[in-house]
Design a protein around this ligand. Structure first.
Ligand code: CAA
Ligand code: NAD
Length: 415
């Protein structure tokens, strides 16, 4: 007995539910040898449903076989149970088949109730399609590495110009990775770049992008309100099974998730800059993150070749809780005139073995992001001296000196 969550294309002119809802629960009963498959469609309204053949690929069937769940009886009267029987039919035989069936019936059911039941019945579904929102420093890197690891990726930016900029940055970075991986083999380098780009789309159309995805990774500006607006907008459009993750450096994942109806399918995936180089991924679970979501996030991170560590939803998780106060202290040292920027950076590289000095690193991370992290923590923990605002940093950001990405920060990067 297996319970799975189907992704279906619903083409009903008179459906009671918005057509953007593409996840419907189907109860599939398999005997252990698959001599018979009973398919029960749980939905309401008069609908015409197309089963897309991709679902029946052999790997998908294999995965279902290992995803054992308990039988759930739908509340009679609340839901219609439509069932179709494929007698003596092994699902593998359906490879490539396009099964279209019409189901009739009229049930008065609130979409809210549907949602609750859907959530209860959702089960594991490995990540194949990923949407990355924000194509800046982090989003472009995450999209690139996900695509080169075999995932189908859509990157979302706010306008065409930024879409093009993100694509250009990805191409440059991919060329560096290809050169490193395939040394003098130019054909292999080109093949790697072309294959990766073939798995990557970039668009400004947010809602279209999330309509058919398994995982959304948000990497937009470090601001709670902006992140809330984004997640509220996509929650009703993305499939029920899809996991939402934020790449936030410092904000509470639980608080970001508040605006959604999928707090059990919400977590943190905190990557490090530059994403193609840094091996670490912090996987964050809130008290509401389900075991299944956590597992899917860990599997995804490992498939990207990252070393995953787990941390509770605490400010800055592990790395930034230690790193950002250190960066802030370096700016305060400079502000007090204790040492020059160059000497502070030399000191930490040669005296502590860091690959970059703290002011170089703040420029590399982005002074806007660094400033937003500190000011967000200051708002929440006003007594903590480590999180007090720093005049020098505020001024640089106000002047548009955001570090490497704007061409100037503590240092100049203008060519
Ligand atoms: N894409 C692909 N490859 C890249 C790359 C990119 N964007 N940037 C660097 N690389 C590769 C280079 O191709 C190079 O490869 P080879 O060794 O094969 O030549 C390698 O990385 C080293 O690069 P460089 O020689 O150009 O320069 P470097 O030796 O100074 O290394 C660095 C650059 C990897 C960035 C290194 O200085 C470093 O590790 N710095 C610290 C970075 C860090 O601390 N990141 C975390 C920031 S905090 C954060 O991300 C969390 C947050 O929320 C704010
Ligand atoms: P960035 O400024 O380089 O890029 C953010 C991008 O998001 C911009 O290109 C912007 O146009 C885009 N954007 C903003 N709103 C959007 C929306 N509604 N839809 C689509 N795109 C939108 O910022 P970044 O450094 O990539 O940081 C992104 C997130 O990752 C932040 O939460 C940050 O704290 C976190 N982070 C940053 C670093 C780092 O080193 N910079 C490291 C780890 C995590």
């Amino acid at each position: 007995m297996y319970l799975i969550n189907f992704s279906l294309t619903v083409s009903a002119a008179h459906s009671k539910f918005p057509l953007s809802v593409t996840d419907w629960n189907i109860l599939v009963l398999f005997s252990s040898t698959f001599p018979e498959c009973q398919l029960c469609v749980l939905t309401g309204g008069a609908l015409q449903i197309d089963f897309r053949p991709a679902f029946w690929r052999r790997e998908a069937v294999q995965r279902i076989r290992t995803t054992r769940t308990q039988k759930i009886q739908p509340h009679s009267g609340a839901l219609a149970l439509f069932s179709v029987r494929f007698r003596n039919c092994c699902p593998d035989l359906l490879v490539g088949a396009e099964v279209a069936l019409s189901v009739g019936g009229k049930v008065d059911i609130m979409s809210q109730l549907m949602r609750v039941i859907t959530r209860k019945m959702s089960t594991s579904r490995a990540v194949e399609k990923v949407v990355v929102i924000g194509g800046g420093l982090m989003g472009a890197g995450i999209a690139q590495v996900a695509a080169s690891s075999g995932f189908r990726v859509t990157l979302v930016e706010v306008n065409e110009q930024l879409v093009e900029k993100a694509k250009g940055n990805i191409q440059k970075s991919l060329a560096r990775v290809a050169k490193k991986q395939f040394k003098d083999d130019e054909a292999a380098q080109n093949g790697f770049v072309a294959t990766t780009l073939g798995r990557l789309d970039a668009t400004c159309s947010l809602t279209d992008a999330v309509r058919d995805t398994d995982l959304v990774i948000e990497a937009i500006v470090e601001n709670m309100k902006v992140k809330h607006d984004l997640f509220a907008k996509i929650d009703s459009v993305a499939p029920q099974h899809a996991i939402f993750a934020s790449n936030t450096s410092s904000l509470s994942i639980r608080e970001i998730a508040q605006v959604t109806q999928r707090r059990d399918r919400f977590g943190g995936l905190h990557f490090f800059n530059p994403v193609p180089v840094m091996k670490l991924l912090e996987v964050i679970r809130t008290p509401e993150t389900s075991d299944d979501t956590y597992k899917r996030m860990m599997d995804f991170g490992q498939s990207m070749g990252k070393v995953c560590i787990t941390c509770k939803d605490t400010p800055g998780f592990v790395v930034n809780r230690l790193l950002v106060p250190y960066l802030a202290e370096a700016v305060r040292l400079l502000e007090r005139g204790d040492a020059t920027a160059k000497d502070i950076d030399i000191a930490m590289k040669l005296g502590a073995g860091y690959p970059m000095g703290p002011l170089e690193l703040a420029d590399y991370v982005g002074l806007d992001t660094t400033r937003n992290i500190i000011s967000g923590w200051h708002e929440n923990f006003p007594e903590n001296p480590l999180f007090q605002p720093i005049g020098t940093l505020e001024k640089l950001v106000q002047d548009g000196k955001l570090g490497v990405k704007s061409g100037e920060g503590f240092y100049s990067y203008k060519k």
